[in-house]
Design a protein around this ligand. Structure first.
Ligand code: NAD
Ligand code: FES
Length: 283
């Protein structure tokens, strides 16, 4: 059992929790994730470890309430417990000195980009960050990203803050200005990562993406997280989650991410109905 020690609302449906998980907090490295189950019969979901504090034995997780399980997780309060957490899983990001790096966080993917940006800065890279969201209320970790960045850009799809447009607009501009870019790290919706890989490919700019497929066991057994990278079949949970963006078959990934979409929508609706009825009974 893992105790939730802190809970914060970051944006309308994006929440941060700190969980007491001393062994995971000691072993975790940037880029790694956990698979958790809220209760014994619950669905297993992967979440990237945003931060860890080995002294206090805490890990920080950020999630968007997008389906039944994340909605249920969002209902838990400080002092509640998560039934099991498996991790740290996956390979840590390769943190080394590249020179000038551009880190791009799209929406809730910024939570995953943050530990990587922090680690790349610590080893001496010049860090340019671009974070984007649909509107200003959905931007997360703005101060944290700004503090560690040598250059910092915000984009919003509706123009409510920063550049009016997508993160890709800023990246294109940096490339057009012939800025020296030694590495691009892109983490966010699959369509964003596909677009970024498409922009950097003709310039041969090394581009790493962190993939977020459906995961079940998180240990390479179920095949749920299968992706094609170059000519090889990879399992994101054990071979990733980071891959060369120029080699990922994003179209296949997008199709596989939608396999259970109808069931996910049904499960969320049933859960919301159930919660609504329980609240109605309590009123
Ligand atoms: P979103 O759809 O609001 O998009 C966030 C930003 O990405 C946009 O503001 C825009 O700047 C950019 N973007 C989106 N579509 C684009 C396109 N077609 N071309 C160029 N740029 C584009 O994001 P959200 O609702 O916060 O969703 C976040 C997504 O990130 C979810 O799909 C989630 O599964 C995924 N995610 C990924 C990881 C990971 O490790 N890759 C981790 C957490 C979440
Ligand atoms: Fe089962 Fe990766 S989640 S193989």
């Amino acid at each position: 059992m893992f105790n939730i020690t802190e809970k914060k609302l970051l944006a309308s449906n994006i929440k941060l929790i700190k969980v007491y998980a001393p062994l995971i907090s000691k072993k975790n490295k940037p880029g790694q994730f956990v698979v958790l189950r809220i209760d014994e019969s619950g669905e297993r979901i992967p979440l990237t470890i945003v931060d860890s504090d080995p002294k206090e034995g805490l890990i920080t997780l950020i999630f968007q309430e997008a389906g039944k399980t994340t909605a249920k997780l969002g209902q838990l309060k400080e002092g509640d417990v998560i039934h099991d957490i498996l991790g740290p899983l996956g390979n840590p990001s390769e943190i080394k000195t590249y020179g000038q790096v551009v880190i791009i966080g799209g929406g809730v993917g910024t939570a995953v980009a943050y530990p990587e940006a922090k680690a790349l800065k610590t080893v001496g890279n010049r860090v340019i960050t671009i974070i984007g969201a649909r509107n200003k209320d959905l931007l997360i970790l703005e101060d944290e990203m700004k503090t560690l960045s040598d250059e910092f850009y915000i984009t919003t799809d509706d123009g409510s803050k920063g550049h009016h447009g997508f993160v890709t607009d800023v990246l294109k501009k940096l490339i057009e200005e012939k800025r020296k870019i030694d590495l691009v790290v892109a983490i966010g919706p699959t369509v964003m990562m596909r677009a970024i890989a498409g922009i950097t490919r003709p310039y041969n700019i090394k581009t790493l993406v962190s993939l977020n497929p459906i995961m079940i066991d998180g240990t390479g057994m179920c095949g749920g997280c299968r992706v094609t990278v170059g000519n090889s079949t990879k399992f994101v949970c054990v071979d990733g989650p980071e891959f060369d963006g120029h080699l990922v078959d994003f179209d296949q990934l997008l199709t596989r991410q939608r396999i259970y979409l109808d069931d996910e929508i049904k499960a969320l609706k049933l859960y919301e109905k159930d919660i609504g009825e329980k609240r109605g009974c309590q009123a």
